[in-house]
Write a protein that binds this ligand. Structure first.
Ligand code: HEM
Length: 152
């Protein structure tokens, strides 16, 4: 998956606009997610404020690391493995994407133009592919250790 320098700049500059509104956006996002997919609700045990913060932090870390994605890859892979434990499937990543972008655009309609959304689409695919990839690698040490514990 290729992202251009220009697209990275677009994602990073628009992320700065998302940050001050990240609480509002994450609440909108989960509201819509549970409205559309009510059965996701039972997967979330953490307080939704906290959960929203974690989601936004992870996106922020990746967005700032886009020029050197290798640095955030291990964190994303480990989170991807934990997501399998929460019951998240590969297809769930596709379901979540349009809802996340809807919540961005709903709060910042002038910022999230088609060009910006295109750049974010690639970014989201990079994030989710790395998370999913982490669950597929046989050699994942984290996975092997996890499987030996009672938590798996
Ligand atoms: C780009 C995609 C995603 C990102 C960046 C992301 C980020 C995060 C982060 C940072 C956490 C905190 C704990 C951890 O890292 O394990 C988390 C937890 C969680 N995520 Fe995601 N996530 C993504 C996709 C999804 C999808 C598609 C689902 C499916 C509905 C999902 C469901 C959950 C659940 C159920 C938890 C645990 C909540 C709890 O502890 O109560 N996530 N996510």
């Amino acid at each position: 998956m290729e992202i251009t320098e220009h697209q990275i700049k677009l994602v990073q500059s628009t992320w700065e606009k998302v940050v001050p509104k990240s609480f509002e956006i994450s609440q909108k996002f989960y509201g819509k997610l549970f409205e559309k997919y009510p059965n996701y609700k039972q997967m979330f045990k953490t307080d939704m404020r906290e959960q929203g913060k974690k989601l936004m932090q992870m996106i922020g870390t990746t967005v700032l690391g886009l020029t050197n994605i290798g640095r955030v890859t291990p964190t994303l892979k480990e989170s991807g493995i934990r997501h399998v434990g929460y019951g998240v499937t590969d297809d769930d990543y596709n379901k979540l994407k349009p809802i996340l972008f809807w919540s961005f655009k709903d709060s910042l309609p002038d910022v999230f133009t088609d060009e910006v959304i295109d750049a974010w689409n690639i970014t989201y695919d990079i994030i989710s592919n790395i998370m999913i990839e982490g669950t597929k690698k046989e050699e994942s040490i984290f996975m092997r250790v996890l499987k030996k514990t009672k938590f798996w």
